[in-house]
Ligand binder design. Structure first.
Ligand code: 48H
Ligand code: FE2
Length: 257
């Protein structure tokens, strides 16, 4: 066994997979629960789905449960999605179900991989490709380059649609909204900012506000709160799952058209 054969296998496989994603059907930015659910549903239908995650571990805000206590809560309404992803859960009360946060994150990630979602970690989306008022792809860079503010130029990936699933940070929409010539599909044309904690209202709004925020750019999950002025909900995750599922439906319609 030669060590460089191992090296070559890794280089070959990585480049082979990245090449498949150069023209993706959908690029999802952020591998939190909403992005993983949307990506998994669409990949199962045969679309080429690429998720870029800037951190080492996909899973976003799931891992920490509530204040580091290792469970998250799912309401009954979203239980079908938990079951679809084969994630174990326990009934806690009439409406609330408890899911071990570690099972939840790892279950969503594994199912996405099995369904053929291309997840690349340690890559941050730093900008978008925009042509004639429409988002047509993403501009990506190495996370360490960004952390160290090294002057390294990025690479690009084309996509028929791009999704901001970056959670509270709403990094993609934020970056786009800073361009002079951009008006978002919000009442002010800019992100409205996240509001305080109000779980029930927040959970409903996150699904309602899952939509196209600019031609070719969609927003789902917690990013919807920052973009459309929604409340936060704390460690209840049904809204994230339902947002991902709704987004998959919207994108399927858009991609067919
Ligand atoms: C690549 C990026 C970039 C970038 C960020 O925060 P997430 O888990 O996202 P959601 O919306 O699916 O889930 C939100 C949920 O975790 C949560 O925070 C809840 C329910 N909060 C309630 C409350 O009251 O606080 O994941 C987003 C992912 C993360 O992994 C980021 O690292 C990643 O996106 N990301 N990846 N390029 N520019 N920016
Ligand atoms: Fe959060």
């Amino acid at each position: 066994m030669r060590e460089i054969d191992i090296t070559k296998a890794i280089i070959d496989k990585h480049i082979e997979e990245l090449n498949k994603c150069l023209c993706s059907d959908v690029v999802i930015v952020g591998a939190g629960p909403s992005g993983l659910v949307a990506g998994s549903i669409l990949a199962q239908k045969g679309y080429t789905i690429t998720i870029f995650e800037k951190r080492l571990a996909p899973g976003g805000g799931i891992w920490g449960g509530g204040m580091g206590f290792k469970y998250v809560i799912i309401q009954k309404e979203a239980l079908d999605i938990v079951e679809e992803f084969n994630i174990p859960y326990e009934k806690y009360s009439d409406d609330l179900y408890a899911v071990d946060a570690i099972n939840f994150a790892s279950g969503l990630i594994l199912e996405a991989g099995k369904r053929g979602v291309h997840i690349f970690n340690l890559i941050a989306v730093e900008d978008l490709l925009v042509r004639e008022g429409r988002v047509q792809g993403v501009v990506i860079n190495n996370t360490f380059a960004k952390m160290n503010q090294f002057p390294i130029d990025p690479l690009t990936i084309e996509a028929k649609a791009v999704v901001d699933a970056t959670g509270h940070e709403h990094e993609v929409v934020k970056t786009l909204s800073q361009k002079n010539d951009v008006t978002l599909n919000t009442p002010t044309g800019k992100p409205l900012g996240e509001r305080s904690l109000f779980a029930e209202t927040a959970e409903k709004a996150v699904v309602t506000n899952t939509k196209e925020v600019y031609p070719g750019l969609y927003v789902c999950g917690m990013a919807t709160a920052a973009v459309y002025g929604g409340y936060r909900m704390g460690p209840i995750f049904g809204g994230m799952l339902m947002s991902g599922k709704k987004l998959a439906g919207l994108l399927e319609e858009a991609l067919k058209a």
